[in-house]
Design a binder for this molecule. Structure first.
Ligand code: PLP
Length: 360
C-alpha cells in the first residue's frame, strides 16, 4: 500500500483512521451482517447513524436549538438554486462576489429574482475579499450571500459583513469544520462535504428555523423545500446513506482530536509552514492577498508556466499528488484540508526548496 500526499481541492483527502474504520465495517457493520451501503435507510441501525451524526455535528459546531441540520444531495451547486427558491420572498438578494463560486451562485439566483452584486473582487482576478466595512445592503433584500472560502482563489473572509437584520447565507464548502464558527451569525450556513468533511454526495445545510418557510417560490420542487426535509429529518427520500455514515466517522475523529479549536490551531500551523516558505521564496509566490489568505487552499505560481509544469511533473516523485492549480489562476494549488498531515505540507515545502535551488 502506498498512500500519497493528496493535495486535491475535492474530492479530497480523508483521515486514514476514518478510512480504516469504514473498511473494518465494510462487510459487517456492528454485527448487522451487512455494509451500511446495503442497509435500509429506514432501519434502526441507520437511524442511529444519522441521529448520532447530527448530534456530533451539533456538539462540534455548538449549533443552537433554533437551527435545523439537513443532510441532502445535489451538492453545493443545487443549493445555489434551493436558497433563492426557499427564501427569496421579496425577490431581492444582495451578493458579495469574491470568486467563481459566489459568482455562479449569484448567476443562479438571478433566475428567481433581482440579484444585486454589492461588492466584487473580479477586478483583480478575485485575489482578495472585498472590504465588508461600510457595505450598504438593501433593506428589502431577503438575504445577503457570501462564499466564505473561495476554493479556487484561496481567499477567506477575514471578517463577516454586518448584515443587521438580514440573514447572512454562507457557502463554507471548502472550510467546513476547519475552525469554529458562530452559527448564530448566519441564517443559512452550508457546504458540500467532499472538500473537508467526507465523500462526495452529501451537502449539509444548517438553516435557521424562520427560514424554513411555507411561502416558497411556487414551482419549488417538493424535494428542494427545506420544510419537506425538516419535517422528514432528511429522510424524505433515500438519503446518501454511505456518505452520511462516513461524515459521522469524521465528526467522531474531530471530537477525538479535541474539536474545532484544536483543528484550527493545527490548520494554522500547517498553513504557516507553506505561507512562510512562500513569503521568503525567490521562485514561488502566493497569489492571494495576505490579509485574506485561506487556511485550506493555497494557490501559488512561479510566474513561468513551463516551470510550473516541470514542478508539477516532478512532484510525483515525492508522493505529492493533485497539486496542479485551477486553470483560472494557473500554477499550483495545495489544498491542505483537515486530513492533510503536517508531514505532507512539510514534504511539499522541502521539495519546493529543493526545486528552487535547482531551477533558479
Ligand atoms: C466545490 C465547491 C462548490 C461546488 O460543490 P458541488 O458539491 O460540486 O456542487 C461550491 N462552493 C464551493 C466553495 C466549493 O468549493
Amino acid at each position: 500500500m502506498a498512500r500519497v500526499y493528496n493535495f486535491s481541492a475535492g474530492p479530497a483527502v480523508l483521515p486514514e483512521e476514518v478510512l480504516r474504520e469504514a473498511q473494518a465495517g465494510m462487510l459487517d457493520y456492528k454485527g448487522t451482517g451487512m455494509s451500511v451501503m446495503e442497509m435500509s435507510h429506514r432501519s434502526a441501525a441507520f437511524a442511529n447513524i444519522i441521529e448520532t451524526a447530527e448530534q456530533d455535528l451539533r456538539d462540534l459546531m455548538a449549533i443552537p436549538d433554533g437551527y435545523h441540520v439537513l443532510f441532502l444531495q445535489g451538492g453545493a451547486t443545487q443549493q445555489f438554486a434551493a436558497i433563492p427558491m426557499n427564501i427569496m420572498q421579496n425577490k431581492k438578494a444582495d451578493y458579495i462576489v469574491s470568486g467563481s463560486w459566489s459568482k455562479k451562485a449569484a448567476k443562479e439566483a438571478k433566475l428567481y429574482g433581482d440579484v444585486n452584486v454589492v461588492a466584487s473582487s473580479e477586478d483583480e482576478n478575485f485575489s482578495y475579499v472585498p472590504d465588508v466595512d461600510g457595505l450598504k445592503f438593501d433593506e428589502d433584500a431577503d438575504y445577503v450571500y457570501i462564499c466564505q472560502n473561495e476554493t479556487i482563489y484561496g481567499t477567506r473572509y477575514p471578517k463577516l459583513p454586518d448584515t443587521g437584520s438580514l440573514p447572512l447565507v454562507s457557502d463554507v464548502s471548502s472550510m467546513f469544520l476547519s475552525e469554529p464558527v458562530n452559527v448564530s451569525d448566519y441564517g443559512i450556513i452550508y457546504g458540500g462535504v467532499q472538500k473537508n468533511v467526507g465523500p462526495a454526495g452529501v451537502v449539509i445545510v444548517i438553516v435557521r428555523d424562520d427560514l424554513v418557510r411555507e411561502d416558497v417560490i411556487p414551482q419549488t420542487p417538493t424535494i428542494m423545500r427545506y420544510m419537506t426535509q425538516v419535517d422528514a429529518k432528511s429522510l424524505s427520500n433515500t438519503p446518501p446513506c454511505w456518505g452520511i455514515y462516513v461524515c459521522g466517522l469524521v465528526f467522531k475523529w474531530l471530537k477525538g482530536l479535541g474539536g474545532l479549536d484544536v483543528m484550527k490551531r493545527m490548520n494554522e500551523e500547517k498553513a504557516a509552514i507553506l505561507y512562510d516558505f512562500l513569503d521568503q521564496s525567490k521562485l514561488f509566490k502566493g497569489t492571494a492577498r495576505k490579509d485574506c489568505r485561506s487556511l485550506m487552499n493555497v494557490p501559488f505560481v512561479t510566474g513561468d508556466p513551463e516551470l510550473d509544469a516541470k514542478f508539477i511533473a516532478e512532484c510525483k516523485d515525492h508522493k505529492i499528488e493533485s497539486i496542479k492549480g485551477h486553470r483560472s489562476v494557473g500554477g499550483m494549488r495545495a489544498s491542505i484540508y483537515n486530513a492533510m498531515p503536517k508531514e505532507g505540507v512539510q514534504a511539499l515545502v522541502d521539495f519546493m526548496g529543493q526545486f528552487e535551488k535547482e531551477n533558479l
